[in-house]
Design a protein around this ligand. Structure first.
Ligand code: PLP
Length: 440
């Protein structure tokens, strides 16, 4: 259990994550996978040398596959094409066969991953389907292990449990144990948009209109698994695919914890519910699996950008100044000669100079202006700057966005001045803006 420090800044309660990545298959689902196998062995439905056939998004399959290697079973898994490829590769690494089925079909469709696994059960001799959704050994595993661990690790101080809900095994097994210890503990389920849980909990209506494809992995369902005991769950919070994906990355970057997509959902949901947590509360959030399985997705910038999940940070005046901020701002005074200004441009290899008078910036000169003046009037070199200068450059703050700066720069205005947060001014030229846009 690890305390969350930064993301939860502003929440008066203590927030701790139960991180389940150090199980042999790197997810919490190892607990229930082993329990389902052991219970099936005891009742005799899983016989020596048998084949385990299951519809799984990967993590349950991983737990089953590892146990099957040790215990001498074969594994065939059906899954959906929206799951990370890394999950399938990991299952195959343990010798399991993986059949990938389409996501966007009804559970009853013969091609759905539920139906394909049910059909294989009849075709493959000596096979057993754990059926993690309706097999109550699933929640029992959490009732007997995850629940007591959280109770002990928080010394009985836990007030809220936040968990992503898929089969419902984790939240209901853990939640049932904790509520038996202290009925005041609030059990908060995280659901996805496109899933039926929240509406069913709140209205008792199974609404098919709630069902549509979504990206978040591991949680939400389009049917009601037997492991979801709605009486244990006090409230469901829905989290968008985008918020879940962004939070998955933030957990790594801000907390140094490398976990999967449903951890992002759970954490984002926790933040949506922050008004529920007060000083003295102990909020535990479960992080189901490891981040490596999502390297090609939430942790991949192109994947995030393609779905509009990556909000690009706009560059500011501060960024544009970064390269030359330490150099001194070159100015001319209104009484200096034009020839001096030209000499300064040559010496410092610059094309424009602000004119600084006693009362601040009162004008500007640039190569184009001085060239035109010299062509118009041959003696201009010996004239004063304030006789030829243009109006002063516009002034922006360090936080000004590049869009705002680009709008100010045009033929007549080749640069803007930046009022520095630390005092003083600096300059951003047309060249700086072009370089920033083209190089990034
Ligand atoms: C990554 C991930 N998160 C959350 C869940 C949901 O857990 P449960 O099925 O116990 O409700 C799963 C289930 O497979 C999962 O793989």
């Amino acid at each position: 259990m690890v305390r969350i420090n930064r993301i939860t800044n502003g929440i008066p309660a203590l927030v701790a994550a139960k991180i389940e990545t150090t199980n042999p298959g790197n997810s919490i689902k190892d607990r229930m996978a082993l329990r389902m196998i052991e219970d099936a062995e005891k009742t005799g439905i899983l016989k020596p040398g048998g084949t385990i056939i299951e519809g799984t998004s990967g993590n349950t399959g991983m737990g089953l596959a590892i146990a099957a290697v040790i215990k001498g079973y074969k594994c065939i898994f059906t899954s959906t094409d929206k799951q990370s490829k890394e999950k399938f590769d990991a299952l195959r690494a343990f010798g399991a066969e993986v059949i990938v089925c389409p996501t966007n079909v009804e559970p009853e469709d013969p091609n759905s991953y539920y139906s394909v696994s049910s059909r294989l059960i009849n075709e493959v001799p000596n096979s057993w389907k754990p059926n993690q959704y309706d097999n109550l050994s699933n929640s029992l595993a959490h009732y007997e292990s995850t629940g007591p661990e959280i109770w002990e690790q928080t010394e009985g101080k836990i007030t809220h449990l936040v968990v992503g809900v898929g089969t419902g095994g984790t939240i209901c097994g853990t939640g049932k144990y904790l509520k038996e210890k202290n009925p005041n503990i609030k059990i908060l389920g995280i659901d996805t948009y496109g899933s039926v849980f929240k509406k069913y909990k709140e209205t008792g209506v199974f609404d098919k209109n709630e069902i549509y494809p979504y990206i978040t992995e591991g949680i939400g369902e389009d049917f009601l698994p037997a492991n979801v005991d709605f009486s244990v769950i006090d409230h469901f919070e829905k989290v968008t695919d985008k918020d879940a994906a962004i939070m998955t990355r933030r957990i790594a970057r801000e907390e140094g914890i490398f976990v999967g997509n449903s951890a992002g959902s759970a954490m984002a949901g926790l933040m949506q519910m922050k008004h529920m947590f007060k000083e003295g509360d102990v909020v535990v959030v479960i992080f189901h699996d490891h981040g490596t399985r999502y390297l090609g997705k939430m942790f991949n910038d192109d994947w995030m950008r393609d779905r509009g999940f990556l909000t690009e940070e706009k560059k500011t005046a501060k960024d544009l100044l970064a390269k030359h901020r330490d150099l001194k701002l070159v100015c001319v005074s209104p009484g200096e000669l034009v020839s001096h200004a030209i000499e300064k441009m040559r010496k410092f290899n610059i094309s424009q100079i602000p004119v600084l008078g006693d009362e601040g910036f009162i004008g500007s000169v640039d190569e184009g202006l001085l060239f035109r003046r010299m062509v118009d009037k041959p003696g201009a070199l010996d004239g004063r700057i304030d006789e030829v200068m243009n109006p002063p450059f516009p002034i922006v703050n360090e936080s000004a966005h590049i869009d705002q700066i680009s709008k100010l720069i045009n033929r007549e205005t080749p640069a803007v001045l930046v009022k520095l947060d630390t005092g003083g001014h600096h300059i951003i030229t047309r060249h700086d803006v072009i370089e920033c846009i083209s190089v990034g």
